[in-house]
Unconditional design. Structure first.
Length: 148
């Protein structure tokens, strides 16, 4: 049960981190596009929800696919692939609500790219944080993605 709680904490932590980042991306894109200030709150909420879902999908995929590797062993290419898959899965949610596939092509490309970038950045930041004392020692079981 303890391992399950640690995995859940890791998944939720990643999801919340991505939610914050995607919120900033949503508001930033709205500001650059010249969208009125009154629409920034809905854009921020949409970005937070999308980031949370994509981050959770990435964390689940990573914890299953790379369970035998530690943080230092992870290949950034594979991490980017899993992040892209998380963003890709996010793009298919509107299909459940009847949105036609041609309308999803733009978000599909954008979300896939953002997911890959966020995944790589997340792992790079986690690796760099270990040397400054923000992350516990490398023998800490939380830093290992190894399963049972």
């Amino acid at each position: 049960m303890n391992k399950l709680l640690r995995r859940a904490r890791g998944i939720l932590g990643t999801a919340f981190t991505w939610a914050v980042a995607w919120t900033g991306l949503g508001v930033g894109m709205g500001a650059l596009a010249g969208i009125q200030l009154g629409y920034w709150v809905p854009m921020a909420l949409n970005g937070a929800a999308a980031g949370f879902l994509a981050g959770a999908a990435f964390a689940v995929i990573l914890s299953v696919a790379e369970r035998k590797h530690t943080l230092e062993d992870l290949s950034l290419k594979r991490v980017a692939l899993w992040g892209a898959v998380g963003g890709l899965l996010l793009s298919f949610i509107p299909l459940a609500f009847g949105v036609p596939v041609p309308y999803l092509l733009g978000p599909l490309v954008i979300n896939t790219g953002i997911g890959a970038g966020m995944a790589s950045t997340s792992v790079i930041m986690a690796r760099r944080g270990g040397g400054r004392g923000f992350v516990p020692r490398m023998d800490d079981p939380l830093l290992s993605l190894k399963g049972d």
